[in-house]
Write a protein that binds this ligand. Structure first.
Ligand code: G6P
Length: 369
């Protein structure tokens, strides 16, 4: 087993570091770089179907559900098609309005999650077009759906999902680009620019991983607290949820992810020096609003840990802990920002001495309801 960890202490750590490679493999599986074409051989989603579809449903559990939340931003933003996202355990009980103009995409690392299987079965029975984004080749969901898009993360052993998640986001991005080009919602030059951004992503992730030690220092400082709040906006709101989930799963610290704009409607009441607040400070139209969230936290004695795009920013406050990440297109920020959050959760858990790869009460794949 030690050999399989390739020198890393835990599978989770190894899998975090494998992400640039996993993303390259996922890109290569569909992208012909020279001709700038995307080919989805097993997905079964041709132009005639794309033109016919009126609505998309994305359904999953756990971390894969968070990938779906990002997928909604990508598909709606680039393809201008309405998208609904559901937890698989809720989906079939709300009698979803599916028909032959609906596309249901289920997302799963294992391809075996019981609730997700049941959601797919619901879609098949109601006559929707059904596809799966799955990591494990030949798994139940891959076999049940009318088409499949494989993430190429490779085997994921750590219970807390990392590389499966970021490759799911990349898979959604590739799908959205293909769809947008087919339906004409982006131009050819725009398409090429998106591809350039995607190809630059693995190198940016390497840059973040090279500074992993900084997050270990953060972890040392914050490992004794009992609650954490994570704030994100827009396409990074799901990443705030995912960052909080990672920390909960493996460190057993209570953590909540929140849309930053909702802070004033509740969580602000909890803020003091004992509840650190992780903010995802993406540059762009919402950046100023995030700065005012940070001020509100600091005014109440809260400690802020900011993942900040580009350079460190004095406006985030002198006492704010800042971890800069490379600038990227807004569509890819979810991937870039995920890495420091995974590392933070990993190091907090490791320093607290929990069983990082097999946290208590959790299973890698939940095959019962
Ligand atoms: C379990 C795992 C999570 C995972 C979820 C969904 O809860 O511990 O890491 O996100 O199942 O699994 P799936 O294989 O369907 O993505």
């Amino acid at each position: 087993i030690a050999a399989e960890k390739a020198g890393y202490k835990h599978f989770m750590q190894k899998e975090i570091f494998e992400q640039p490679r996993a993303i390259v493999d996922t890109l290569r599986s569909v992208l012909d770089v020279n001709r700038e074409v995307l080919r989805f051989s097993d997905l079964n989603l041709d132009a005639s179907l794309v033109h016919k579809l009126r609505k998309v449903f994305l359904v999953a559990c756990g971390t894969s559900y968070h990938a779906c939340l990002v997928g909604k931003y990508l598909l709606e933003g680039l393809c201008r098609i309405p998208v609904e996202v559901d937890l698989a355990s809720e989906f079939r009980y709300r009698k979803p309005l599916l028909d032959d103009q609906s596309l249901l995409i289920v997302v799963s690392q294992s391809g075996e999650t019981a609730d997700t299987r049941a959601a797919l079965k619901e879609g098949l029975e109601r006559g929707a077009h059904c596809r799966a984004i799955v990591n494990v080749v030949g798994s139940s969901l891959a076999r049940m759906a009318h088409g499949v898009l494989y993430t190429h993360a490779g085997p994921e052993i750590g219970v807390a999902s990392t590389k499966a998640f970021t490759t799911q986001v990349v898979a959604f991005y590739l799908l959205a680009l293909h769809w947008a080009r087919t339906s004409g919602t982006i131009s050819d030059p725009e398409f090429s620019e998106h591809l350039r951004e995607l190809l630059a992503l693995p190198r940016k992730l390497e840059e973040v991983l090279d500074r992993a030690d900084v997050l270990r220092d953060w972890a040392r400082e914050f490992l004794k607290v009992e609650h954490f709040l994570y704030l994100g906006r827009g396409i990074l709101y799901p990443i705030a949820l995912e960052g909080a989930l990672k920390l909960k799963e493996i460190s057993y610290i209570h953590a909540e992810g929140y849309a930053a704009g909702e802070m004033k409607h509740g969580p602000i009441a909890l803020i003091d020096e004992n509840m650190p607040v992780v903010v995802l400070a993406q540059k762009g139209e919402l950046y100023e609003k995030m700065l005012s969230n940070v001020q509100e936290v600091r005014a109440r004695g809260g400690r802020v840990l900011a993942i900040v795009e580009g350079e460190q920013d004095p406006r985030l406050g002198e006492s704010t802990w800042q971890f800069p990440v490379p600038e990227t297109s807004p569509w890819l920020a979810p991937v870039v920002f995920s890495i420091p959050l995974q590392l933070l959760a990993y190091h907090v858990a490791d320093l607290r001495g929990t069983d990082v790869d097999q946290p208590r009460n959790l299973a890698k794949s939940v095959t019962v309801e």
